[in-house]
Structures are given as structure tokens and as C-alpha cells.
Design a protein around this ligand. Structure first.
Ligand SMILES: Nc1ncnc2c1ncn2[C@@H]1O[C@H](COP(=O)(O)OP(=O)(O)O)[C@@H](O)[C@H]1O
Ligand SMILES: [Mg+2]
Length: 231
């Protein structure tokens, strides 16, 4: 399948005073629709930096990012955010929910940001939460949700813009094993059933069995690419 997202020779150097940290060095990858692309590697190997560049949150030092075959790395600071909102969903290990908003309101915030008209927002947020198995939890505040449920709210919110690429940074790191598996299952379902690209960084040994391809990073470089046979 043609990749939805491609990185070519992506490099990020952070300047720390007089020291240059080569966080990502000459990384090329391709994430096809319908597949889960997994990034693994020890802490500090550049996974988060790479995801941030792929999603247009962080500017690369050099290299190219292609979205549906079109170069987006050269877009201006004004052009990039609308493309990011339209094309990407983000999920983080720490959920990043608004504590003073209910599950439904957390999702509605993302719909409002995407200019979905008010009468549609309520229905759409309910659908997204149902898709994430949270029909019974819509009016709960994050504090009264389990961590697994919080992460599912975060996924519902990430899907609000109907992104074609979902970027997840250690989405199961804070979860017990059963909740983590439910999240991995959901991410794989989103890729497989809807033809989207999921790119996930994870330490979770279980993540591998939910992936179609695995890039191993070490010191900012790709050491190996492995295809996982379909079951
Ligand atoms: N904002 C930053 N400024 C300077 N160095 C950073 C910054 N963010 C990450 N780094 C460094 O870049 C390298 C890669 O970090 P990171 O992308 O967070 O790796 P990982 O997600 O695999 O743990 C590390 O050496 C880290 O210390
Ligand atoms: Mg990280």
C-alpha cells in the first residue's frame, strides 16, 4: 500500500548551550494506511522526537516529511497547524485530559477546535465515545475514570478530526496489562478497519503482536525494520 506518511532522512539536533544532541539522525520510514507502525528502542533513542516531527509539532533540522506524497516540511508556521488538525490525531502516555471537563466535553473541545457546528458536536462526541466503549462514562470527570478509561477518552478525542494518521507516544505505559491490551486492540482496529496509519512508540512487549512493522531505534538511528506476518 502507498504510504500515508513518509519520512526521508529526517534529522533533529537539539542545541544545549555549546553541546549538540543528535536526537534523530537520518531516519527514513514509511507508514502505510491499514497498518500499525511500531517504534521501539531504549529511553533516549529518539522515539518521541521522531513522532513530534512526523506530526508537525517539532521542526526537523533537515530531511523531508511527505503526507499523502506531498512534502509538508517546508510549510510556514501559519500553514502547518490547520493541516495538523485535519490529518493527525495524537495520544500521549499521560492522557492529557482537561480535569474540569467531562469525558464528553473533553471530546467536544476537539470538535469545537475543528469548527464542527454546535448541534453536531454532542452527537459526534457520543459516537466517538461509544466507538471507544465509553457509552456509560460520557458524563464522568477524568478523576472518576480508571486510567484505561482515561486513555480511551483520549483516543476518542484524538479521533475527533477523523485523522488519517494517529500518532501514539507510549499509550500503554501507565496502564495495567489488560487495559493496555484493550488500547492496543483499539489502535489496531482503527488502522485495519478504517485504513488509517497508526504510528506508535512503545516499550510494551505486547505492542509488537499488534504491529505490522517494527522500526528499532538506537541513538537516534534506525537499526532494523521488521515486518510482522499477519495472523
Ligand atoms: N527539548 C530537548 N532539548 C534537548 N535535548 C532533548 C530534548 N528532547 C529530547 N532531547 C534528547 O534527545 C534524545 C532523544 O530523546 P527522546 O526523543 O525523548 O527519546 P525517547 O522518546 O526514545 O525516550 C535524548 O538524548 C534526549 O535527552
Ligand atoms: Mg519518549
Amino acid at each position: 500500500m502507498k504510504p500515508l506518511l513518509e519520512a526521508r532522512a529526517l534529522t533533529k539536533h537539539y542545541q544545549q548551550g555549546s553541546v549538540t544532541v543528535a536526537a534523530v539522525e537520518n531516519v527514513s520510514l514509511a507508514a502505510p494506511g491499514g497498518e500499525v507502525t511500531l517504534l521501539i528502542g531504549p529511553s533516549g533513542s529518539g522515539k518521541s522526537t521522531l513522532l513530534s516531527m512526523l506530526g508537525g509539532i517539532l521542526r526537523p533540522t533537515s530531511g523531508a516529511i511527505l503526507l499523502g506524497g506531498h512534502e509538508v516540511g517546508n510549510l510556514s508556521d501559519r500553514e502547518l497547524p490547520p493541516i495538523r488538525r485535519r490529518c493527525f490525531g495524537f495520544v500521549f502516555q499521560s492522557f492529557n485530559l482537561f480535569p474540569f471537563l467531562t469525558a464528553r466535553e473533553n471530546v467536544e473541545t476537539a470538535l469545537r477546535l475543528r469548527k464542527v457546528p454546535a448541534p453536531l458536536r454532542e452527537r459526534r462526541s457520543a459516537e466517538l465515545l461509544e466507538y471507544c466503549n465509553l457509552a456509560e462514562r460520557m458524563d464522568f470527570y477524568p478523576a472518576s475514570l480508571s486510567d484505561g478509561e482515561k486513555q480511551r477518552v483520549a483516543i476518542a478525542r484524538a479521533l475527533a478530526g477523523d485523522p488519517f494518521i494517529l500518532l501514539a507516544d507510549e499509550p500503554t505505559a501507565r496502564l495495567d496489562s489488560a487495559s493496555g491490551e484493550a488500547i492496543l486492540e483499539m489502535l489496531r482496529g482503527f488502522a485495519r478497519r478504517r485504513g488509517k496509519a497508526v504510528i506508535m512508540a512503545s516499550h510494551d512487549p505486547k505492542a509488537r503482536s499488534f504491529a505490522d512493522q517494527v522500526y528499532s531505534l538506537a541513538d537516534g538511528r534506525i537499526e532494523a525494520l521488521e515486518r510482522i506476518p499477519q495472523k
